[in-house]
Ligand binder design. Sequence first.
Ligand SMILES: Cc1ncc(COP(=O)(O)O)c(C=O)c1O
Length: 400
Amino acid sequence: MQSEDILMCPGPNDMSDRVIRAMMRPAAAPATEEFQELYERTLDMLAQIYQTTGEVVPIPGSGRSGLEAAISSVVEPGDRTLTISNGHFGGVAMHIINGVGGKPEALQEPWGSVIDMDAFATKLASGSYKLVTLVHNETSSGAVYQAEEIARLAHEHGALFLLDAVSSLAGADLRTDEWDIDLVVSCNHKAIGAPIGHAHVVVGERAWQVMEQRSTPCGTVFGNLMTWKSQVDPSANSGRTKKRTYGVFPAVHLFYAMHEAFTAVLEEGLAPRFARHLLNAEAFREGVFGLGLRPLAHPDVASPTVTCVQLPEGITSSEFLYHFRHDHGLFTLPGLGDFQDTAVRIGHMGVTATPRNILHTLHAFDHILYRLGHLHDRGAGIARAEEIYQAAEQAAPVTV
Ligand SMILES: Cc1ncc(COP(=O)(O)O)c(C=O)c1O
């Protein structure tokens, strides 16, 4: 089966041709010096994307595999944790905490709302929490949150801070070291544009110490981050003093693709890449308003990578998505939870965050709404988006 659909998805996202081509290579044994060098270089590049000098552990699997490794490594049976939950994915961390015997609690707030910092500070002060977790970019509601102040407060109360950056990495500014985050988890197949199959966890010094001081053994071997910790090795090459260990046999071809995807991100540059995501997200949101629709997230927390669009009354997400794919060659997913039937989620991340895809998507919205009998100002969505692009061009003219 081959799909020619454009994935305007909140994940997985499209991959560039150069990333796909990077996998067209013969098999190689991970033990070779060449592969080991590529492995180290790939993870060094990934650390730059996470804006950290700390260690990035590559965990095979999807975003959940990374979350499970991070949580299982630091949470012991009976440990209390606090999750800020403004959407569906906060619950994923709580589910895993529960699974390892921890006692998860939530600061539950409406989906897409701004975090109530006073409520958070009060809740944090009311208990003795080992870990605080936050979803950086809530893929269910299309909201992005500031992590720095949450990290500071968590540390003030002696808790570790874990940030789920699954749908923000390489699409939204994520300053792991500057914001002093202990554990950051993300994966390949969202804004970074690499194939599904790898999560990554950045581990800071506080988190390593907590792992070293566990009073019960970690219940997983492969997901135990200590298994992956780099070791001092005089034979490590390219000026390094440490060598990463393999927790499992590396997925050689995924590493070829990751090397290419991370190279592309760094070639573009983090600041221009974040600006590109912000611009295309703004153009899309304005287009949505032009069509008379509303994003779910509060404007103060509107995400640069995902917009959850509430459909007009009488149009269900399943009929909308049918036409989106079959008439326009665009694929995406419905809302989650209470919004499953009434909203659709658009990913504008990685290679899909371009005017071509945004304008195509807005045209599809315009046409589908019309076809399904919704009265709106036809063409107004695209016109509003074009105004945003024109204003950006005037502010920084493109030189050819
Ligand atoms: C914010 C967030 N966290 C966690 C996950 C789970 O990741 P995965 O589905 O790759 O296991 C997702 C998936 O969409 C997500 O968006």
